[in-house]
Design a protein around this ligand. Structure first.
Ligand code: NAD
Length: 292
């Protein structure tokens, strides 16, 4: 029977560490500041933003939400980003996705100061990640959280074969770069990968990371005995339950460890957002993170 990787517990550990670091920063006169820009009334985005705000407050971070109406012009959002870039009390800026069509999301992400780019979507930070540059730069929080889950579960990556399903800039692509930097051999699969090739590659994978939003895409018979499975997918079924991309019950009999949905990757994303906020604040104020 597989070990169930407890994302809630690991996220709690990350959040406790963040809270401790924030306390020490505040004692030195610095309160980390996170600004979240949201445009429109999309209900899911409203919930995400409220959760981020609540989590930030709980960790002692100064969270600010900037709400714009659906019909706001691009220049107003752009000017707000410029203002936050200049604001010394703000260390981290995030633009909640999606934004209405009159706003060019990529242009806005590029406008965020790379040193305050808490989601890691500024092309300068993406470039550094893909070039495997040394030094600190922000990386997208879901993939970064998955790397923490793997590290906390003591999953060896060097020389291992990892299959990622899904190539979005939010999950699959940054994960490819992060895993490759750990000397894993990585295959990045997508919707044009044939069923036959997917099955063959999955059967050889030491680690499988599924991030497609296609329930049941990874079956028990696809998986190698003793492999580790990280299920990023979240789909709400007609009966209201949440499910991942992996047939969890079938996989459990074969693999060594697996994340549940919910309670696996999900809790790591917000915890990692807080962690990145603190890292950016430490960098901004020239504080040594290790000493906090
Ligand atoms: P997306 O729609 O942007 O990307 C989906 C990807 O899946 C695409 O690259 C597509 O090519 C690939 N894909 C589709 N069918 C495939 C197939 N048959 N084989 C291989 N690849 C296939 O989605 P996203 O934003 O990357 O999110 C993916 C899933 O992860 C969603 O269910 C989303 O809800 C979830 N997610 C969870 C978290 C979290 O914090 N837990 C964060 C981000 C996304």
């Amino acid at each position: 029977m597989a070990k169930i990787i407890n994302g809630k517990e690991i996220a709690q550990k990350v959040r406790a560490d963040v809270t401790k670091k924030v306390e020490k920063m505040i004692a030195q006169g610095i309160t980390p500041g996170l600004a979240v820009i949201i445009v429109g009334e999309d209900p899911a985005s409203q919930i995400y933003v409220r959760n981020k705000e609540r989590a930030a407050a709980k960790a002692g971070i100064n969270g600010q939400t900037i709400q714009f109406p659906t019909d706001v012009s691009e220049v107003v959002v752009f000017n707000k980003i410029q203002e936050l870039n200049q604001d010394d009390s703000i260390d981290a800026i995030l633009l909640q996705s999606p934004v209405p069509s009159q706003i060019d999301e990529e242009k806005m992400q590029s406008a965020i100061d790379p040193n305050k780019d808490v989601d890691g979507f500024n092309p300068l930070n993406i470039g550094k990640l893909f070039a495997n540059r040394a030094g600190y730069y922000p990386v997208a929080n879901t993939p970064k959280g998955i790397m923490t889950l793997l590290a906390e579960t003591q999953v060896e990556l060097q020389g291992k074969f990892v299959v990622i399903l899904g190539r979005s800039i939010l999950v699959g692509r940054p994960l490819f770069a992060l895993l490759e930097a750990e000397n894993a051999t990585v295959a990045l699969l997508h919707r044009y990968t044939s069923d036959e090739l997917r099955h063959r590659l999955l059967q050889q994978a030491d680690v499988v990371i599924a991030a497609t939003g296609v329930p049941g895409l990874v079956r028990g018979i696809d998986l190698k005995a003793g492999s580790v499975v990280i299920d990023v997918g979240i789909t709400r079924l007609p009966d209201g339950h949440l499910t991942g991309d992996v047939d969890f019950l079938a996989a459990q009999d074969t693999v060594a460890a697996i994340t549940p949905v919910p309670g696996g990757v999900g809790p790591m994303t917000i915890a990692t957002l807080l962690q990145t906020t603190v890292e950016l604040a430490a960098k901004h104020h020239q504080m040594e993170l290790q000493e906090l």
